[in-house]
Design a protein around this ligand. Structure first.
Ligand code: ATP
Length: 379
């Protein structure tokens, strides 16, 4: 929808705060949703605040050079020893853990507050307050005060208000942290849809791996103040480092074979196997590539293809190795699904009990059949 969005960021940040040292030097493409993922205290918020223009004082205790590339390929400076562009001039939208809405303004007026501050020639009609309220499913709630909404609804208003400022980049700091299961699931789907519809790149901070894997297209792995790796999430999970840090979550690359809205089922091709699963998104076109998410605990292993089972998805794979899981009675089986025609061989993990490992006499090199419940798969 928007052609006004930033393309990439170039950053060199050196910062000491207490005993913590943040040292990052990178160029980050801005495409789709990028998750900043790493353990607590690794510097995710520090990086996000720097991008947002909330880290001006770093120049006195460290160094920061930050440049942004616009849609025409032009670079401009956001921060260096001579220049500091304040947050409000960066055209970035911020969403935090708490919605921070104006309590005395109605929902609609909260959105209008952001919209009227956008210069007329920079406004994107689809991001006008009424359109946004509809997009976040709150058309009926425009005249309510924030206090008359649930926490999940308030967070949707906060997201809509940020979009109403027509930003060229969205920065989100754990926006799901205070939401319960149902509100979280709704928000994840909403965020994915809004990103695809608006084309505005988003950088999203989280230390919840399942959230990150469901939501993001790209992943930045962080640890102890450094960037460990970054790239498309499926590629990162295939690296040794990504696999180790993201154990328990799998992304499979697949090609859409059939999308049957009447039965609500999607069929995708992975290597020579077809997987079926319920998928609400009927916009996925036949022949297009997609990514499938499945947790290691939702994959069981069999030595032969099973018949007469409610589990219809069975994918042949080869056992590569075993690694310990967090529970002593469990083991993670590293598997490789053989290459398809267009998609390379893919590594993933299944969690089973040690008792099952012994019973099946599983060893490296064995061929197994991964049984995956359809309801455990999602795009
Ligand atoms: N104002 C400050 N003064 C001193 N140390 C700070 C300050 N702000 C943050 N830190 C330290 O910097 C480190 C990085 O903090 P940051 O908030 O960026 O981490 P994070 O990865 O976002 O963590 P979390 O996931 O827990 O939110 C931490 O060790 C923190 O204690």
């Amino acid at each position: 929808m928007t052609e006004q969005s930033y393309q990439s960021i170039r950053l060199h940040l050196y910062q000491q705060q207490g005993g913590f040292v943040c040292n990052m030097q990178t160029e980050l493409p801005l495409q789709g949703i990028t998750a900043l993922f790493g353990p607590s205290g690794c510097g995710k918020t520090t990086l996000l605040r720097t991008l947002a223009g909330l880290n001006e004082r770093v120049q006195s205790s460290g160094a920061c050079e930050l440049y942004v590339q616009d849609q025409h390929g032009q670079w401009s400076t956001w921060q260096n020893p001579e220049v500091f562009v304040p947050s409000w001039q960066r055209q970035v939208g911020l969403v935090f853990q708490r919605p921070a809405l104006f309590p005395h303004l109605t929902v609609l007026k909260n959105l209008e507050y952001a919209w009227v501050r956008v210069p007329k020639d920079q406004r994107i009609e689809q991001l006008a307050p009424h359109n946004l309220l509809q997009r976040v499913g709150l058309s009926e709630f425009g005249q309510r005060l924030p206090s008359q909404l649930s926490g999940g609804q308030q967070q949707r208003v906060a997201l809509a208000r940020t979009l109403a400022s027509c930003p060229q980049l969205m920065l989100l700091d754990e926006p799901l942290a205070n939401l319960d299961g149902a509100a979280k699931a709704y928000f994840i789907q909403l965020l994915k849809r809004l990103q695809q519809e608006t084309g505005i790149p988003m950088i999203y901070v989280s230390h919840q791996l399942d959230e990150v894997v469901q939501l993001s297209d790209r992943l930045i792995l962080m640890d102890a103040g450094s960037l460990v790796n970054h790239g498309p999430i499926a590629a990162i999970l295939q690296t040794e480092e990504g696999y180790r840090r993201c154990q328990g979550e799998n992304i499979l690359l697949a090609r859409v074979k059939e999308n049957q809205p009447s039965e609500g089922l999607l069929a995708v091709q992975v290597a020579d196997t077809t997987l079926w699963f319920p998928e609400p998104d009927t916009s996925l076109r036949k022949g297009s590539h997609c990514r499938i998410h499945v947790q290691a605990k939702d994959i069981s292993l069999a030595l032969r293809p099973t018949i007469e089972s409610s589990i219809s998805n069975s994918v042949p794979a080869q056992v590569v190795a075993f690694s310990d899981s967090s529970h002593q009675a469990e083991v993670r089986v590293q598997l490789v699904v053989k290459a398809g025609h267009e998609i390379p061989a893919q590594r993933l993990s299944a969690t089973i009990t040690r008792a099952s490992q012994a019973r099946l006499k599983l060893q490296a090199g064995a061929t197994v059949y991964m049984q995956i419940k359809a309801v455990a798969l999602s795009t």
